[in-house]
Design a binder for this molecule. Structure first.
Ligand code: ARG
Length: 459
C-alpha cells in the first residue's frame, strides 16, 4: 500500500520500488515512529483539529501495533508492499481502526516525521551508549584501584621512557572515554528540539501547538525554522564524529593490548574465553576480538565520511538523498555498541602480569632520568648528569643488566657523587612515588584523581 498514487496513471516499476524503499531498515525505529504519532494526535485533539473519539481510536490502534510488533504477532515483511515504516504504520492502523486511521497524518509530512523519528532514535541510542561507556569506565576504575603500585614502563615512540603504573596507564583511557561520554551529552543537548510540525518544509496551515508536542516528547522545545527542521542532519554527523572518536580510542587501546599480549611482551594475557585458535597452528591463541574492534573503526569512519559527502551538495529542504543517513547511522551505532560490550568483557577477564611489567620497566632503563636527577640534586649540572648516566646505561647494556643491578663501584668509577642510597633513589617505587603533581602516576596523586572519577561515575 502507498500513501500516494492519486496523480499517477501507472504502477511503480518493481526495481524502482526496491531501490526506493526504506522499510527494510527504517523498521528499526517503529517504536519511535509510533511514539511520535501518539504525541501528534494528542496535540491535534487538544487543538480541536481531531475529535476525541478519533484520537482514542488512533492511539488504541497504534498501541496495538506496537505490542504486536514487539511480540512478533505482527511481522514487517518485504512483500507487504509498503515503502517505509511510516506507510506501514499508517496503513496497518487504517486496517485496524478504519476511517480514524486516515486522519493520523493531518498537519504532518513524512519529512518532519522522519526527522522526528531519527532524533528520537538517536536520543535513545545515546542514552544506551552512555550506559555502555559508563560500564567500561567502572571496569577501568576497578583495574586502576587494584594496580596503584603495579609498575610498568611508560612509552614514547614505543620505546621505554619512564616508569608509570598500570593504574596511571588505565587512567589515560578513563579520561578518553569520559570525554566520549561528555561529547555524546553535548550532542543530545544541541539536538534536543522537536522538528514535528514543520510539515514538508513550510510549516502547516493547521493551528498546531508545536510546543505542546515537543513537551510530550521530552524535547526542550520546537525547532525554529521549518526548512532547517526537515533538512538538518547535523546531529547525525556529530554523532558519527563522536562514534568515530570512540572507535579510535577503542582501536588504540586494542592495539596496545595486542602488543602487550604478544609472546615478546607478555604484559597481559587475554582470557581463553575472549581468544581464538588457529586451524593449522596448534600453539596459537589469537587476540581476534581486539583486532576486530581495532578493525571496525574503519567502517565507523566510513559512515562519517559517507554522510558528510551525501549532505554536502543538498539544496534546501528535504531531498531523498537523506534517506541514506539511516543505514550508515544504524550500522555505526550498532558497531560501536558491540565493540563497547566486547571490549569491556575482554578487559574484565584479562590477566595483568604485574611481575613482567615491573621487570620490563627495570630492564628498559626507565629510571635513567631519575638517576640523572639524583646527581643534579647533589650539585651536578643536568647536562653532565645526562652524560654520566648515559655511560652507565651503556655499561649495563654491555652486561645485560639493569641500573638497579650495577655494583656501586662501577657507579663511582664513572662519578664519585654516587653513594649507596642511589639504589633506593632509582627504585621503581621511588621513581613513581616522587611524581606527585596532579595527573602524575605517584600513588597519592592517583588516589585523588580516582576519588574524583568515583564521584563522576556516581552522578
Ligand atoms: N524514507 C524516507 C527517509 O528516510 C522518509 C521521508 C520520505 N519523504 C519523502 N518526501 N519521500 O528519508
Amino acid at each position: 500500500m502507498k500513501l500516494w498514487g492519486g496523480r499517477f496513471t501507472k504502477e511503480t516499476n518493481q526495481l524502482v520500488h526496491n531501490f526506493n524503499e526504506s522499510l527494510s531498515f527504517d523498521q528499526k525505529f517503529y517504536r519511535q515512529d509510533i511514539r511520535g504519532s501518539i504525541a501528534h494526535v494528542t496535540m491535534l485533539a487538544r487543538q480541536g483539529i481531531l475529535s476525541e473519539q478519533d484520537k482514542v481510536d488512533i492511539i488504541r490502534g497504534l498501541e496495538s501495533i506496537r505490542e504486536d510488533l514487539d511480540s512478533g504477532a505482527l511481522a514487517i515483511t518485504p512483500d507487504s508492499g509498503y515503502e517505509d515504516i511510516h506507510s506501514f504504520v499508517e496503513g496497518t492502523l487504517t486496517e485496524r481502526v478504519g476511517e480514524a486511521g486516515k486522519r493520523l497524518h493531518t498537519g504532518r509530512s513524512r519529512n518532519d516525521q522522519v526527522a522526528l523519528d531519527m532524533k528520537l532514535y538517536t536520543r535513545d541510542e545515546i542514552q544506551e551508549m552512555d550506559g555502555l561507556l559508563r560500564n567500561l569506565l567502572k571496569e577501568l576504575l576497578a583495574v586502576m584501584e587494584a594496580n596503584l603500585d603495579t609498575f610498568m614502563p611508560g612509552f614514547t615512540h614505543l620505546q621505554k621512557a619512564q616508569p608509570i603504573t598500570l593504574a596511571h596507564h588505565m587512567g589515560a583511557y578513563f579520561e578518553m572515554f569520559s570525554r566520549d561520554r561528555s561529547r555524546l551529552h553535548d550532542i543530545r543537548e544541541r539536538m534536543n528540539y522537536c522538528p514535528l510540525g514543520s510539515g514538508a518544509l513550510a510549516g502547516t496551515t493547521y493551528p498546531l501547538d508545536r510546543a505542546y508536542t515537543a513537551e510530550l516528547l521530552d524535547f526542550y522545545g520546537p525547532t525554529l525554522n521549518s526548512m532547517d527542521s526537515v533538512a538538518d542532519r547535523d546531529y547525525l554527523l556529530e554523532l558519527l564524529g563522536a562514534l568515530s572518536i570512540i572507535a579510535m580510542h577503542l582501536s588504540r587501546f586494542c592495539e596496545e593490548i595486542i602488543i602487550w599480549n604478544t609472546n615478546e611482551y607478555r604484559f597481559v594475557e587475554i582470557d581463553d574465553s575472549y581468544s581464538t585458535g588457529s586451524s593449522i597452528m596448534p600453539q596459537k591463541k589469537n587476540p581476534d576480538i581486539a583486532e576486530l574492534i581495532r578493525g571496525k573503526s574503519g567502517r565507523v569512519y566510513g559512515a562519517l565520511v559517507s554522510l558528510l559527502t551525501t549532505m554536502k551538495g543538498l539544496p534546501l529542504a528535504y531531498n531523498k538523498d537523506m534517506q541514506e543517513d539511516k543505514e550508515l547511522a544504524f550500522d555505526a551505532i550498532d558497531t560501536v555498541k558491540g565493540c563497547l560490550v566486547l571490549f569491556t568483557g575482554m578487559i574484565s577477564s584479562m590477566t595483568f602480569r604485574k611481575d613482567v611489567m615491573e621487570a620490563s620497566a627495570k630492564r628498559g632503563f626507565t629510571n635513567a632520568t631519575d638517576a640523572a636527577d639524583y646527581l643534579v640534586n647533589r650539585g651536578v649540572p643536568f647536562r653532565d648528569a645526562h652524560g654520566i648516566v648515559g655511560q652507565l646505561v651503556l655499561a649495563c647494556i654491555e652486561r645485560g643488566i639493569a641500573l638497579d643491578d650495577l655494583p656501586l663501584e662501577e657507579y663511582q668509577a664513572i662519578s664519585p657523587v654516587f653513594d649507596d642510597d642511589v639504589y633506593e633513589a632509582i627504585s621503581m617505587k621511588t621513581c613513581v612515588e616522587k611524581r606527585t603533581t596532579v595527573g602524575a602516576p605517584g600513588e597519592a596523586a592517583m588516589r585523588d584523581v580516582i576519588a574524583q572519577y568515583r564521584k563522576q561515575l556516581e552522578q
